[in-house]
Design a binder for this molecule. Sequence first.
Ligand SMILES: Nc1ncnc2c1ncn2[C@@H]1O[C@H](COP(=O)(O)OP(=O)(O)OP(=O)(O)O)[C@@H](O)[C@H]1O
Ligand SMILES: [Mg+2]
Length: 261
Amino acid sequence: MPLKINGGVIRFEQVDFHYDPKRQILFGLNFEIPAGRTLAVVGSSGAGKSTLSRLLFRFYDVSGGRILIDGQDIRDVTQASLRAAIGIVPQDTVLFNDTIYYNIAYGRPDASRDEIIQAAKHAHIHTFIESLPDKYDSMVGERGLKLSGGEKQRVAIARAILKNPHILIFDEATSALDSKSEKAIQAELKQISENRTTLVIAHRLSTIVDADQILVLDHGRVVEAGTHRALLEKNGVYAHMWSLQQRESTAQEAESDLARV
Ligand SMILES: Nc1ncnc2c1ncn2[C@@H]1O[C@H](COP(=O)(O)OP(=O)(O)OP(=O)(O)O)[C@@H](O)[C@H]1O
Ligand SMILES: [Mg+2]
């Protein structure tokens, strides 16, 4: 039967997962994202963050426990209805060997040209597309124009905006952008995630300070949870990551100041 969305509450209950039985990746994860709220997941590379989004989209099934959306086990609903409810901006966007127009329209194939252009504008890629010789008809992918990492991310963001789903997943959605573009797009992402249940996976902590809840994942286990403020006060893993990143960004600013003189 199809998934019935009523607010879009996401629950992970005692979720265990392994890709290979010899190596467990997630250990008894429990968390809930209330309807319309934003949960951020941070943690070191390989901790299992992207795996969460793959499980939610059912690229894989859990090895133990269950994942519920509005009380329905995602294994009990049709895959088409599940995937229709979720928009993902993945860590690595794969583009089709087709026009950039087609690649954005993939988010919702029945969208009008106007809606596609609006989505591209919100994703800050319209001006770039208009600057191409063939504009929206430019071919991209292996046999066409090679887009940069940041351009591909913006195509993926445009797709998600066009899809207009109940649930959003951003997996390092702006990691390939420079900090100025990142700020501009963050504002858009914040707007589209308003009143939608959102899972954000982020490396740069400055992009998730407003999340309703932050989970720190380490080797497949939640080691800390709370708001940005509560986690800073706790002075644990998150606070340490935060101060490291603050120092890095100050160093980078100093470097770019030097480069200017
Ligand atoms: N298809 C797969 N088959 C086997 N192991 C996998 C597969 N995909 C991921 N893994 C392993 O699962 C672990 C968690 O991967 P995951 O992609 O969830 O990490 P992550 O927290 O998103 O890391 P990053 O911050 O680098 O993106 C890693 O150790 C990875 O090697
Ligand atoms: Mg990842």
